[in-house]
Design a protein around this ligand. Structure first.
Ligand SMILES: [Mg+2]
Length: 218
């Protein structure tokens, strides 16, 4: 025997309508959410790192590379430790914006876009706080979230959630731009000497934030 309860039916309907509203809001948010890397996209990590290294007496060569151990002609593990130290330092409060990032981000925010950051900076919670403050000071309240992964960590798991969403994904590391494209994201690669040699028809390039804004707003 099935007992029909009008009260229960109404509650279920309310729950259903509420769920639909939540899902609809999520979809609306995702349509206006831009996934982004931070270092080399929004912040000029590289210049700050070289300044920090110079302050410690390290000398670099002129090779354009993403790999800092090549730039400093030092063992990989040695440079990795220095990058970890830098990313956990007080310098994280005050990195400067990359190129015209402030104007570009403001332009997209004015059009209703929000940003979701996925940054392989550090798992240290206080370093993460400094990064959030740094971003907020420069760009204002434009972030839905700032996800900090371990220093130099892969982004496969963090991006997997957005597989097939067709969302924009801003990156400067070639491998991560390819990862985004493989997952069905619209990867925009920010030009740097270290990624100049690569190409993939699924990935568009942008040398400035004005380019990024034009590609997104049309
Ligand atoms: Mg980067």
């Amino acid at each position: 025997m099935i007992c029909y309860s009008p009260k229960l039916a109404l509650d279920n309907q309310d729950v259903l309508l509420y769920s639909i509203r939540v899902i609809r809001r999520k979809i609306q948010k995702m349509n206006k959410l831009i996934l982004t890397d931070i270092d080399g996209v929004m912040l000029d990590w590289e210049t700050a790192f070289h300044d920090w290294m110079e302050s410690k007496g390290h000398v670099r060569n002129s090779i354009a590379t993403y790999d800092m151990h090549v730039a400093y002609d030092q063992p990989k593990e040695f440079l990795k430790k220095l990058v970890v130290e830098f990313n956990n330092s007080a310098w994280m409060c005050c990195l400067k914006p990359l190129r015209d990032a402030v104007v570009g981000v403001a332009g997209l925010a004015a059009d209703g876009y929000r940003f979701g950051a996925i940054t392989s900076m550090s798992l240290d919670p206080y370093a993460g706080k400094l990064r959030e403050e740094n971003l907020k000071n420069l760009f204002g309240d434009v972030f839905e979230f700032v996800t900090c992964l371990d220093t130099g960590a892969d982004k496969d798991d963090a991006l997997e959630y957005y597989r097939g969403s067709g969302m924009y994904w801003l990156e400067d590391k070639w491998e991560n731009a390819v990862l985004g494209a493989d997952l069905g994201l619209k990867s925009i690669l920010v030009d740097h000497p270290h990624n100049a040699e690569y190409s993939d028809e699924r990935i568009v390039r942008a040398s400035t934030w004005a380019d990024i804004v034009e590609k997104i707003l049309g």
